[in-house]
Design a binder for this molecule. Sequence first.
Ligand code: 13P
Ligand code: SF4
Length: 300
Amino acid sequence: MEATKEKIRHLLKEKRAILLAHNYVLPEVQDVADLCGDSLELSIKAAATDAEVIVFCGVHFMAETASILSPEKTVLLPVPEAGCPMADMVTVEGLAARKAELPGVPVVTYVNSSAAVKALSDVCCTSANVVAVVNSLDADEVLMTPDRNLAQYAASKTDKTIHLWEGYCPFHNTLTAEKALAVKAAHPGSIFMAHPECPPDLLAVADVVTSTSGMLRYAKESPATTFIIGTEVGILHPLSQQNPEKTFIAASLEMTCLDMKRIRLSDIVSCLETFHGEIKVPEEIRIPALSAVQKMISMV
Ligand code: 13P
Ligand code: SF4
């Protein structure tokens, strides 16, 4: 494995490329990356880098966001089929039809969505900034896509009326309050952290609700020593690495996103050697999608 990592580092240098990895991908992929983070951090870092090539270890919508922000760069997704089932729950046709039913209502779209859906939206949000984005809008009503759980979380933090879209993450949506409370009860004094993609009754019993990088920050700063983690299990790797003296326990091993686990070190090598898996958003979609993404970034 070390030899493959070395080969990747060498190829990255040779091709003037940067390797970005989401907090959920395989541990060995996170370890070889130049930068790891949550979706918001990765979109900002993708825009700021002066590398000519971005190798994105995550899923399709993340690579599209990098292409939206950096059209002059080559964006590569080592396994181009790695997608997000929740992103697929909203289509351009479906959103256009719903917008026609809600004239004048601004659309806030979670970054876990296709570039084409972003292009039909007023502003994007991530789990890290959803409440600030919703509250920034000069409107009493908002349509949020595609995650109904994230939308209900935002609704609990704002006076605005939120129209839901019936999408959800098939992994985060499985976590129940009973299950999480049972794990917490087995570890007295532990802190239960949950991602806002989880259902509302689960979030109601969480001690902390935050994005993946929010969890990393909280765990570092908290005096607590044991944490129950209510998000995709990949986050346990950076949590344990950054806090070797603390204990992190998955609230449920069912929260394993298969798409986030698809990219292996060998895929990164072949992608850098052949430049396959290029993700390029066409200009007619990129320009309106960029407007929605930039509005979000300018608020951070
Ligand atoms: P964050 O990185 O925004 O916490 O997102 C979680 C997620 O599900 C990404 O697919
Ligand atoms: Fe999509 Fe859920 Fe996987 Fe994130 S964890 S990429 S929201 S399916």
